[in-house]
Ligand binder design. Structure first.
Ligand SMILES: *Cc1c(COP(=O)(O)O)cnc(C)c1O
Length: 320
């Protein structure tokens, strides 16, 4: 296969800025609120949504440093692992995925990991304790040693792809919305995993517009993490943002019949397939807020569709 010297992201023809589409929804209209969908899922068929925005600057930095292998981290259903594997295939990087859960090594790969492997990603399964220590000093060196990799040839992307470069990449999402919503009062909603997308989005939106994040994971680490990312990317706190932690539905990849029914119905109503790990929870939370009267009449709410549906196959489940 031909391996270009520098990855030509423009050759992948990303659809940028991504479209901003009106969505007719009486759950919002009843309260005098206009709903828009920011279709970041349409940026690229394989490297979509916030994964494009977060990876693009990292891929440029990797190329500039002459490193041709990407190493990153994720769980068994990580959209980030899948995006990194696709980026590697499309742009000629070798990829290594450190996957949480040693026990997975002895099982058939789920559809998400199977897609990673098909894209050429080397999967290294590690136990949960080792995985938890992945951001401690020296931990990466251990993973590299285990995988027999030369540290000078490897560009390390943190779990979820969230670092300062990623947050700056997501600021462009905020700037696109700021241009599109010129003169319009409103709120922008986004799902949160590691928080890199919200950290950047809030920075790019500028003043007068608020971002609300819906964490899909349980726990209270996220606010601190977003502040840390903004410090690293922008030198301090920036933008008007808050989190609504009520809609994690039990944690990552957990769902309920009510959430599934909502996602199905929302997708049919608005003509898109709703990604279930993140986007469904954000849309559910946002619709609940609208029904609670959280948004003043006459304002606009833009929901960021941060990605498309996972590869087909059995739905994620704890027995996976
Ligand atoms: C990865 C992902 C997110 C989470 O983004 P963070 O920057 O980690 O908060 C949200 N939505 C989708 C569709 C994703 O794949």
């Amino acid at each position: 296969m031909h391996r270009p010297e520098t990855p030509d992201l423009a050759a992948l023809r990303p659809r940028l800025p991504s479209p901003l589409e009106p969505a007719d929804d009486e759950r919002f209209a009843r309260h005098g609120v206009r709903l828009l969908l920011k279709r970041d899922d349409l940026i690229h068929p394989e490297l979509a949504g916030n994964k494009w925005r977060k990876l693009a600057p990292n891929l440029r930095a990797a190329a500039a440093s002459g490193r041709r292998t990407l190493l990153t981290f994720g769980g068994a259903y990580s959209n980030h692992l899948r995006a990194t594997a696709a980026a590697g295939r499309l742009l000629g990087f070798a990829t290594v995925g450190v996957v949480r859960g040693e026990e997975l090594a002895d099982r058939p790969l789920n559809p998400s990991l199977a897609r990673c492997a098909a894209d050429g990603m080397r999967l290294c399964f590690v136990d949960r304790a080792a995985y938890r220590r992945k951001s401690e000093p020296g931990a990466v060196a251990v993973f590299l040693g285990r995988a027999g990799l030369d540290p000078d040839a490897v560009y390390v992307v943190p779990e979820g792809g969230s670092n300062a470069l990623a947050a700056r990449g997501c600021a462009e999402l905020g700037r696109e919305l700021r241009r599109d919503l010129r003169g319009v009062a409103g709120t922008v909603a986004v799902a949160c995993g590691t928080g890199g997308t919200l950290a950047g989005l809030a920075a790019g939106l500028g003043s007068g517009r608020r971002a609300v994040g819906f964490p899909v994971l349980k726990g209270d680490f996220l606010e601190r993490e977003i502040r840390r990312l903004q410090q690293a990317a922008f030198g301090g706190p920036v933008g008007d943002w808050r989190l609504d932690g009520r809609f994690h539905f039990g944690g990552f990849a957990r769902t309920t019949p009510a959430l599934d029914a909502f996602a199905e119905e929302f997708g049919e109503r608005h003509g898109l397939r709703v990604e279930r790990l993140y986007v469904a929870k954000m849309l559910y939370g946002l619709t609940t807020l609208a029904e609670e009267g959280a948004f003043p009449p006459g304002t606009t709410v833009a929901a960021v569709i941060t990605g498309g549906p996972e590869p087909s196959g059995p739905e994620p489940s704890p027995t996976g």
